[in-house]
Design a binder for this molecule. Structure first.
Ligand SMILES: C[S@@+](CC[C@H](N)C(=O)[O-])C[C@H]1O[C@@H](n2cnc3c(N)ncnc32)[C@H](O)[C@@H]1O
Length: 183
């Protein structure tokens, strides 16, 4: 489904309604850009034990697994069937709200959230990010939008960023964050 069509469907059904209805068939037309960004930052992101958070049908996981990184975990409350079918691996089903309530009881070298954190309502962004940093010291966002700007949140620092272009010349950004939170 094209980007504009997805945006219209978000408006019609809401984000949750859209993914409940279409999640099993989800795939990202910008997988090539996701792959490029992940691979060209291998020396700056620790891929030893990654959580692919809001994993869709496995766009991030596939790249990492194909590049030889075996310890890839994934979570998505709506597309887990598509993920299991495409990646042949288990998929947790944490929502943003679940993580805000209780941090994920596992440690990761990096948590990667691709094309998804802009869907988190503004008022939930800080508690979500705060909880995710309980499970990792490196939070990586891939986004085709300016949002989310996690560097605006108290205690969150932009460590580095990178971008690449789609065929239409649109920027896809990768932003890596650390935090000064003490728990
Ligand atoms: C645009 S897709 C991105 C999927 C994949 N990471 C990618 O790069 O293509 C957004 C993802 O966010 C997930 N999502 C939407 N609302 C969510 C919520 N409240 N909690 C957790 N995940 C959510 C959807 O199921 C969907 O897989």
């Amino acid at each position: 489904m094209e980007e504009n069509a997805i945006r219209n469907k978000y408006q019609e059904l809401g984000v949750e309604g859209f993914y409940t209805q279409y999640g099993a068939d989800y795939s990202n037309p910008h997988e090539a850009q996701i792959r490029q960004l992940l691979l060209q930052n291998q020396d700056r992101i620790d891929y030893n034990k990654v959580l692919d958070f809001c994993c869709g049908s496995g766009e991030v996981s596939r790249t990492l697994i194909e590049a030889g990184y075996g310890h890839v975990f994934a979570s998505d409350p709506f597309t887990y069937e598509a993920y299991q079918k495409n990646c042949g691996r288990e998929c947790w089903q944490y929502t943003f709200e679940d993580v805000i309530r209780t941090p994920i009881p596992e440690q990761f070298s990096a948590v990667i959230c691709s094309f998804a954190m802009h869907l988190c309502p503004d008022e939930q962004l800080f508690p979500l990010v705060y909880q995710l940093f309980q499970s990792t010291s490196q939070l990586v966002i891939i986004t085709p939008h300016k949002r989310p700007e996690l560097e605006q949140l108290e205690g969150v620092q932009l460590a580095f960023e990178d971008f690449c272009l789609t065929a239409k010349g649109k920027q896809v950004r990768l932003k890596a964050y650390t935090s000064t939170f003490t728990y």
